[in-house]
Design a protein around this ligand. Structure first.
Ligand code: UDP
Length: 236
C-alpha cells in the first residue's frame, strides 16, 4: 500500500490517502502539544512508540471483540487504518482521579473510584473542546442515540480489557481518551490512538508517572517514561 496525497496534518499525526478509497495511512510524529496547544515540543522517539503501542493494543482489543480501525503496521511510524469519519467527541474514561477531574471538582489526584466514569468533550478547536453531555451531543447532531450507546458500551469494554492488561505490567491505568469513527456502512469502530499521549499510566508500586503528564507538567524524564512503557509492553 502506497502513500498518496496528504489528507490532513494534526498535532501528532499526518494522514495520507492510498489507492484504496476505504483505507488511509497514518504517520506518527514526534511533535507534542499540550495545554490547548499553548505548549509545544518534541519527544524523541514518541512517534514510533505511540504507533507500535497503539497498534498492539488495538489488536489486543480486536481479540476481545472490540472493533477498531487497525489494518496493518507498515513500519515503525506508519500504519494502514480503515478510513472513518470521526465522531467529534473525545470520550474519557477514568478509574482514578487526576488532571482536569481533580481540578474541576477540587479533589486530590489518586482517589480510586468504585466504578469507572465516562465523560465527553466536543472536539472543536475554536471552542477549546468543551465538556458536553450526551443530550447536548444528540441535540447538536454529533451522533445518534444508538451511536452514543454503542460508544459508551465500547469505551467501558476497552477499559476492562486495558485495565487488566496494564495491571499485569505493574501499571495503573488512571484515565484515557478514546475517539470513535464511522465506517462507510455506519459501523462504529475505535479509532485514533491509545498511547502515553492519550492515557495516564502510573507505576503500580510507586505511582511514578509514565505518560505525557511529564511533558505537560515539565517534570523531565519524558523520553524515559515513554521508553519504560514500551519496555513493559514489548519487553524491550
Ligand atoms: N486526553 C487526551 N487528549 C486531550 C485531553 C485529554 O488524550 O485533548 C487524555 C489525557 O491524556 C488523560 C485523559 O484524557 O489520560 C483525561 O484528561 P483530563 O481530562 O484530565 O485533561 P488534562 O488534565 O490532560 O488536561
Amino acid at each position: 500500500m502506497n502513500k498518496m496525497n496528504q489528507l490532513y496534518e494534526g498535532k501528532a499525526k499526518k494522514v495520507f490517502a492510498t489507492e484504496d478509497a476505504e483505507k488511509v495511512i497514518v504517520s506518527y510524529k514526534d511533535d507534542a502539544t499540550a495545554l490547548d496547544g499553548l505548549k509545544k515540543g518534541t519527544i524523541a522517539g514518541k512517534g514510533s512508540i505511540n504507533n507500535r503501542m497503539s497498534n498492539y493494543l488495538m489488536q489486543l482489543l480486536e481479540k476481545q471483540g472490540v472493533k477498531t480501525h487497525f489494518v496493518e503496521e507498515l513500519n515503525d511510524n506508519e500504519t494502514v487504518v480503515k478510513k472513518v469519519s470521526i465522531v467529534p467527541l473525545e470520550v474519557i474514561i477514568r478509574n482514578i482521579s487526576a488532571g482536569s477531574f481533580a481540578k474541576r471538582y477540587g479533589v486530590e489526584e489518586g482517589i480510586v473510584f468504585e466504578k469507572p466514569t465516562i465523560e465527553f468533550s466536543y472536539k472543536n478547536d475554536d471552542l477549546h473542546d468543551p465538556l458536553i453531555n450526551s443530550y447536548h451531543a444528540l441535540a447538536l447532531g454529533l451522533a445518534t442515540e444508538e451511536e452514543i450507546n454503542t460508544i459508551k458500551t465500547m469505551a467501558f469494554k476497552v477499559n476492562e480489557v486495558l485495565k487488566e492488561y496494564f495491571l499485569n505490567l505493574n501499571v495503573k491505568l488512571v484515565d484515557f481518551k478514546l475517539e470513535f469513527g464511522r465506517l462507510t456502512d455506519g459501523t462504529i469502530v475505535l479509532a485514533d490512538e491509545i498511547s502515553p499521549d492519550t492515557c495516564r499510566f502510573w507505576d503500580a508500586d510507586t505511582n511514578e508517572k509514565l505518560d505525557k503528564d511529564r511533558f505537560r507538567r515539565d517534570m523531565g524524564g519524558v523520553e524515559d517514561a515513554y521508553q519504560e512503557m514500551m519496555r513493559r509492553v514489548f519487553g524491550e
